[in-house]
Design a protein around this ligand. Structure first.
Ligand code: SF4
Ligand code: SF4
Length: 426
């Protein structure tokens, strides 16, 4: 969605964010919990679409993306599948096309999400020279990482990823780590955190809860039958239950809360201001009364579109299903799709469809009902559309409430939310 900012260059400011997948769902490894690999079967790749954006398509995309924005910084995001499968020369071309169309005075930035297995010295030299921000997927110490992040022969990829970590440090590439919290990693918050802090020396830790119902490969979010939604607390919502509706590798709501609290307890002991954990930094913003920078914990959806290699554009990376296709960059403008009524409806639905349980929650200011993709159970009161992770989020927010108030006050910053908010704030 376009954010209307005051003015840039004498005209209304216009900003877009698209997560481009120039190689679609193709990947060189086979992570068992990947939500994207199954898109190969779901999307219409067969009707004349090659599995990668060719030169002409790439130039068309980069040109449109730049020309349709009016902002001092344009951010390109590259994802997959595994985008490094396209080869270094492909991304050299990306940078060439960006320079060709770069307006004077505008900064162009790139971020690239990768499993790291194909990175080498040449890649890292390129990434550093062109100031790419790299997101590296790593799930924790060897045993935890290797359980699900395996290659096509079922072998763990830990050693290759650790080699990538060393290369990224050696070449001073700007990077963050992305760690999937699943049924196993969720049980080891201390081990995962200490590993990322001390061994990986992660400059920025991002955690993502792995949540998928068994129907996720062919049923889009919000297309679930309301009468089929289980009530919060039903044992079949537990991934470990023999009749669970969830994939076995998912994190449970309780596991998610335990994991976040466990990591927070380690972080708050000695690492505040020293180690960057994205959820904690983002929560500080919420406690101060600012907008949470993470879409999942913000009140609005739809600021970032997703694009497949054939130019099809979708409402969000987690909504790459035919029902959520907005159009195609060869027949529609990206800014028109981002501003369309459909996308606006998608964006506002997040707050308009909150259950009464969320509306009355003490931590609505920090959670906003979290990602709608995870709202597939009934609340205790029976409303459909309660977030699966609710109990975990609530436990985490209650757990950090007092500490965040303390940290903010110690830094002479306002505490506008939570049970320990400044006197006089209602
Ligand atoms: S659907 Fe989820 S991931 Fe997508 S914009 Fe909304 S909160 Fe973010
Ligand atoms: S913690 Fe639960 S009830 Fe509260 S806003 Fe989040 S999902 Fe809703």
């Amino acid at each position: 969605m376009i954010t209307k900012a005051p003015q840039y260059n004498g005209k209304a400011s216009k900003r877009l964010h698209v997560m481009a997948k120039p190689i679609g769902a193709h990947c060189n490894i086979d992570c068992q919990y990947c939500y994207y690999l199954s898109k190969k079967d779901l999307l219409d790749y067969k009707s004349g679409c090659s599995k990668k954006m060719d030169d002409q398509d790439l130039e068309h995309y980069i040109r449109q993306y730049i020309e349709q924005q009016n902002t001092p910084e344009i951010v390109f995001s590259w994802q997959g599948g595994e985008p490094t499968l396209l080869g270094l020369s492909y991304f050299e071309k990306v940078v060439r096309y960006q320079k060709k169309y770069q307006p004077r005075g505008v900064v162009i930035a790139n971020d690239l999400q990768t499993n790291g297995t194909l990175l080498d010295d040449d890649w890292c030299l390129f990434l550093q020279k062109n100031n790419f921000l790299v997101g590296l997927s790593i799930d924790g110490p060897e045993l935890l990482h290797n359980t699900y992040r395996v290659d096509k022969n079922g072998h763990g990829t830990f050693r290759q990823v650790m080699a990538a970590v060393e290369l990224l440090h050696k070449h001073k590439v700007n990077f963050s780590t992305l760690t999937c919290v699943n049924n196993l990693t969720s049980k080891e918050p201390q081990a995962v955190y200490r590993f990322l802090r001390d061994v990986v020396r992660s400059p920025q830790m991002q955690f993502i809860p792995i949540v998928e119902q068994k129907t996720f490969r062919d049923t889009a979010p919000q297309q679930w039958q309301q009468q089929d939604q289980l009530v919060q607390g039903d044992p079949r919502l537990e991934p470990s239950h023999p009749e669970s509706v969830m994939e076995s590798w998912c994190v449970s709501a309780k596991g998610w809360g335990d994991f976040l609290c466990g990591v927070f307890d380690e972080w708050v002991k000695a690492d505040v201001g020293r180690v960057f954990v994205q959820y904690f930094e983002a929560s500080v913003e919420s406690w101060m009364g600012r907008q949470n920078p993470l879409c999942t914990l913000n009140s609005l959806c739809g600021k970032g579109l997703a694009m497949e290699p054939n130019g099809d554009v979708f409402s969000c990376d987690h909504y790459v299903y035919p029902e959520y296709k907005l159009g195609n960059i060869y027949s529609e403008r990206m800014d028109a799709m981002a501003l369309s009524q459909r996308q606006q409806k998608f964006g506002f639905a997040k707050s308009k469809t909150l259950t009464s349980q969320c509306q009355g929650c003490d931590y609505l200011f920090a959670c906003h009902g979290e990602c709608p993709k995870n709202r597939f159970m009934r609340s205790h009161k029976g409303d459909p559309g309660q977030n699966y992770l609710c109990a975990g989020w609530k436990r985490f927010f209650a757990h950090i409430d007092q500490s965040l108030a303390y940290i903010l006050r110690a830094n002479r910053l306002p505490v506008t939310h939570g049970h320990y908010r400044d006197k006089g704030v209602v």
